[in-house]
Design a protein around this ligand. Structure first.
Ligand code: TXA
Ligand code: MG
Length: 543
């Protein structure tokens, strides 16, 4: 354990001695926790590789995660960056000093310890007076957030004291941080600028200066397994309190109903909402319609959850625009991207024999805001030219079912499949799971995007086992004569042909006995009346 000097530097005029002490420690190769307007940083001389190594040690930070170099005067940028493009100057004009970090090609003088071995370097000019004064009295400072790696960044002196006592040579007290989340990080080392980490300077503000700005995928999504991080910081677990957090999507009422009927012990909610959760540990992070206040409070709130002993926490879901993008970026990581919908939106099976009027019902459900996945269409899709699934069919039914243009000879496949009962069930055992997989995947995507329900429209719902993926099933039926008439018209076939198709199908009882709802899709019944019970039970809450 190091002995850590505590410096009280509330005021740049009165406490200039403490500021000078901090600068001196830094000039001599020490590490000092300093306040900035975003979060506290753990600083060292950016040009001194030995000093920078101490930061990594103190934080327990992975060596390949590069640091931001903090400057107090724009001219210092030329000692750090190899090139300073016009775009960088425009950004500096607009947002420096302030919570924006710009990534540029690195000068050789910046040691690889500072840049995490990269050929680029991150630069930022903080607006906090104490930070700037310390830099101007010492040198450009490499400084990551002053937390122990993986934990929430410190936004108050208490946080720094808890994390850095015994680890830093000194800690400076600069009060609470204004912004509360770390700076926005943008790279200008790519052709089109990319936002790598959202922060106090918003995407909208960046676009107003730069025009086009891409947003790195990892800003709101978990990194995929083999994906290469555009910014090394993206790949590490971040901001996590000890409590397990899950983000619940829904409005306040839906959230409260969901939380109060669950056995979670903690709630992360907005100011003024605590009274809804009389039996839970509550911690607030800002006001619902004020992202700035959420940013300011978030890290303190995460620490507070641990202090109050919450283990299993449900969190409100903030808006993703403006500074809200930064709030969500941190909160989603703290929650390890675990989301739940307060109101569970259903996956609905829709089935019935040919000609019963399933198509009509599915059109009506679409009008209500349901997503409908058409399994017949998926069956055609996976047997189109270039579909990888054709290879699987050819393996079992012969390479010659595919012609020289890569097209499936549907007739030949049908002949082979119908040769024996075994062949027929082999074809089904290949087709059905693939169709269900795609269908369920699309349903979940649609629900994520806001559909009120997702419907799997499948004549063979039960035979394929797709009903196991459904929360409820609707069977559509109509009398034989009506069905015969409909399919004669629809497919332009004779009465006899229609009859022979219908005769191989199950009777109504097969469908209705396995379904929660039955819709009679013929005069004098009306589909909307027939679906009333379903709408009330399954869509009532979500519409
Ligand atoms: O607000 C802030 O930026 C605070 C205060 C102290 O200034 N600092 C801070 O530093 O948040 P740190 O180290 O916790 O986060 C720096 C982020 C990391 O995600 C890192 O991977 C990324 O910036 N970064 C740094 N240099 C980079 C580079 N050359 N290329 C891509 N990403 C870089
Ligand atoms: Mg950090």
């Amino acid at each position: 354990m190091k002995s850590t000097l505590v410096l009280k530097t509330f005021d740049t005029n009165n406490d200039i001695k403490d500021i000078e002490t901090a600068a001196e420690i830094l000039r001599n190769g020490g590490i000092v926790a300093i306040p900035t307007e975003t979060v506290y940083g753990l600083a060292a001389d950016a040009f001194d590789s030995e000093a920078v190594k101490k930061i990594f040690e103190a934080k327990g930070r992975p060596q390949d995660n590069p640091l931001i170099v903090h400057i107090s005067d724009f001219e210092q940028i030329y000692s750090i960056a190899r090139e300073v493009p016009e775009k960088a100057k425009a950004l500096a004009d607009a947002f420096w000093p302030g919570p924006l970090t710009i990534i540029l090609p690195k000068k050789a003088e910046i040691p690889s310890e500072t840049s995490g071995g990269l050929d680029t370097v991150a630069v930022r000019m903080p607006s906090h007076e104490i930070a700037r004064k310390i830099i101007s009295l010492s040198c450009p400072l490499a400084a990551p957030s002053a937390n122990i790696s993986g934990f929430p960044s410190p936004t108050s002196f208490d946080h720094v004291e808890a994390d850095m006592t015994g680890r830093a040579d000194a800690i400076c007290n600069g009060g609470d941080c204004d912004v509360g989340v770390e700076s926005t990080v943008i790279t200008l080392a790519t052709e089109i600028p990319v936002l790598l980490r959202p922060g106090g300077v918003t995407l909208e503000q960046l676009k107003s200066i730069l025009g086009e700005v891409k947003v790195a995928d990892a800003v709101l999504n978990p990194m995929k397994k083999d994906e290469k991080a555009e910014s090394p910081g993206m790949k590490y677990k971040h901001y996590s309190p000890k409590a397990q957090i899950q983000i619940v999507r829904g409005n306040l009422k839906e959230f409260a109903d969901f939380v109060n009927s669950s056995d979670c012990d903690g709630v992360l909610c907005f100011e003024g909402e605590e009274e809804y959760f009389p039996e839970k540990i509550t911690v607030t992070f800002g006001k619902e319609d004020d992202s700035l206040s959420q940013a300011q409070r978030l890290f303190d709130a995460l620490r507070e959850l641990d202090e109050k002993g919450a283990k299993n926490v449900f969190s409100r879901s903030p808006a993703e625009n403006g500074v809200g993008l930064a709030v969500c970026n941190r909160l989603y990581r703290a929650a390890a991207f675990r989301f739940i919908n307060a109101v569970k939106k259903p996956i609905v099976g829709l089935t019935g024999p040919t000609g019963a009027g399933k198509g009509y019902v599915s059109e009506y459900l679409k009008k209500l805001g349901c997503y409908v996945s058409d399994t017949d269409a998926i069956a055609r899709e996976i047997t189109m030219t270039d579909s990888p699934f054709l290879g699987i069919l050819a393996r079992d039914f012969g390479q010659d079912i595919i012609d020289e243009n890569g097209e499936l000879k549907r007739k030949l496949l049908a002949e082979r499949a119908f040769e024996t009962k075994e062949n027929q069930s082999l074809l089904n055992s290949l087709m059905h799971p693939e169709i269900i997989r795609i269908s369920v995947e699309r349903c979940n995507e649609a629900l994520e995007k806001g559909a009120v329900a997702a419907v799997i429209d499948a004549p063979l719902l039960f035979e394929a086992g797709a009903d196991k993926h459904c929360d409820t099933v609707i069977a559509v039926v109509a009398p034989r004569e009506i069905r015969i008439e409909r399919i004669m018209k629809r497919d332009n076939i004779t009465h006899e042909q229609a009859l022979s198709r219908i005769s191989v199908q199950h009777d109504d009882d097969f469908y209705t006995s396995k379904s929660e709802f039955t819709v009679r899709s013929y005069e004098p019944y009306k589909v909307e009346d027939e679906l009333e019970g379903f709408v009330q039970k399954y869509l009532g809450q979500v519409m």
